[in-house]
Design a protein around this ligand. Structure first.
Ligand code: SF4
Length: 448
């Protein structure tokens, strides 16, 4: 049984040092009990107590990792029902489906789309995460050959799909070292699947025909020693699946019901034949509460909106989206190109960089870390002022890239131009437009 906040508090040092980010040990204990704090945040807990508190601090939905290395996908680990309560932790993975009876050209086309369709936004690469390989032939060697092909052509997480443990074992011959998700243990094959998962240290999905059976099967898997489990309630009707996602999340978060305390997998690819409807269904499960979302296929126009939705839903609502501080080269600038300055609020960055691109004048854009605040807000908060800007320009490395000494600052920061020039000896500050839309016209007048 998880410990209550008061029970946890009795085990803490009670020094109220505040190093864990909250002012008192009691507040930390309450957050731990609610799954809103990490045990590691307090450096003064003894190993003994740490072990005792581990269960209390574990997130009610177990984090599960699929794959290895840079492309490993971590799902689950959620602690809240609604993102405004804290934040959602681990974005769902998107998977593209291929099968071992598909035409080779179709398999190649899907794998090509999987690797090519990726987009850079605010310094992040947005792309699909997993290839789901389904055994439809019943032929272990065909299945193994397809898994080998995927492994040779892509770096990705893998889901091996078959209800036949022998065929999954053949797939594992090819990719056990990539720690794929095995799909799925059922009433009929559960013991053998549990053994496969444990022998290969792979996560295991469990598929039931309803929630009651799902609880029974998951309980058996936990008793068999399988720790990393992914849940499929078995339904394929949209309304039913949606309701079950909410029930599973609520049982885990609100009731701390361990048999349902795992991430889920959903199959929009089995809910419709219409590709755009499939994307709309997938978007529902991005919000509530898919852990892995398996798509039959995708194109840029269906995948990109899903990736952006995922980015937004899993952004921390209490922190603005930020771009990484640095020098951004737009349009292949050279040593005579204009140098513009802005803040790292992502929306500001997108607008300014978009307008510079539209101007077709190659430029450097200096993006300064203002903790995600826009120009006016950062200036009003004292984070976008002369001495801070000058220090940033010096450390940015821009002085090695251009031979002129001109810096274009946003019109809303015009009041800082003198103090920047005082700090940046030899540099001339040009006050740019207040609105991004006026940047192209402004840049047309550029002379180094
Ligand atoms: Fe208490 Fe530990 Fe937090 Fe300090 S860091 S206030 S000792 S819980």
């Amino acid at each position: 049984m998880p410990l209550t906040g008061i029970e946890i508090y009795k085990l803490l040092p009670k020094t109220n040092c505040g190093e864990c980010g909250v002012p008192t040990c009691l507040a930390f204990a309450m957050n731990l009990a609610a799954g809103k704090a990490e045990l590691g945040a307090c450096p003064y807990i003894s190993e003994e107590v740490r072990a005792e508190l581990k269960e209390a601090s574990a997130p009610p939905i177990r984090p599960v990792t699929i794959g290895v290395g840079d492309r490993a996908l971590r799902i689950g680990g959620e602690t809240v029902m609604f993102r405004h309560e804290k934040r959602f932790e681990n974005p769902p993975g998107f998977a593209i489906l291929i099968t071992d009876i598909m035409e080779e050209s179709e398999v190649d086309a899907r794998l090509e789309r999987f690797s090519q369709l990726q987009y850079e936004r605010i310094g992040l690469i947005l792309r699909a995460d997993l290839v789901a390989i389904r055994d439809d032939s019943g032929d272990a060697s065909k299945f193994e050959a397809l898994v080998n092909k995927v492994k040779q052509t892509n770096e990705c997480g893998i889901i091996l799909i078959s209800t036949n443990p022998d065929i999954l074992a053949a797939g594992l011959n090819a990719c056990a070292d990539w720690k794929p998700l095995l799909y799925a243990a059922t009433e009929e094959n559960l013991d053998r699947m549990a053994d496969l998962a444990k022998e290969n240290s792979c996560p295991l999905a469990v598929k039931a025909t309803n929630l009651e059976e799902l609880v029974q099967l998951t309980t058996r898997l936990m008793e068999a020693g399988v720790k990393d489990i992914v849940l499929d309630s078995g339904s394929r009707a949209l309304r039913r699946v949606f309701e079950e996602q909410v029930i599973i999340r609520s049982a885990a978060i609100n009731k701390k019901f361990h048999p349902l305390g795992f991430p889920t997998i959903v199959f929009p690819c089995e809910m419709t034949d219409d590709p755009m409807k499939e994307a709309v269904i997938a978007s529902i499960f991005v919000a509530k509460y898919g852990g892995i979302i398996v798509l039959s296929d995708f194109q840029g126009e269906s995948l990109f909106p899903l990736l952006v939705e995922r980015l937004n839903i899993y952004a921390d609502p209490q922190r603005p989206l930020m771009t990484t501080e640095g020098v951004y080269e737009i349009g292949g600038p050279d040593e005579s190109s204009p140098v513009l300055l802005t803040t790292n609020f992502s929306l500001t960055y997108f607008i300014v960089s978009g307008e510079i691109e539209a101007s077709r004048i190659p430029s450097y854009l200096l993006v300064m870390d203002t903790e995600g605040l826009s120009v006016m807000t950062a200036w009003a908060a004292g984070k976008f002022v002369g001495d801070a800007i000058a220090a940033f320009v010096k450390r940015s490395g821009i002085m090695d890239k251009v031979k002129h000494h001109k810096l274009i600052i946003p019109g809303y920061a015009a009041a800082e131009s003198d103090s920047i020039e005082d700090e940046l000896k030899g540099w001339e500050v040009l006050v740019g437009p207040r609105e991004g839309a006026h940047i192209p016209a402004f840049l047309k007048m550029w002379e180094p």
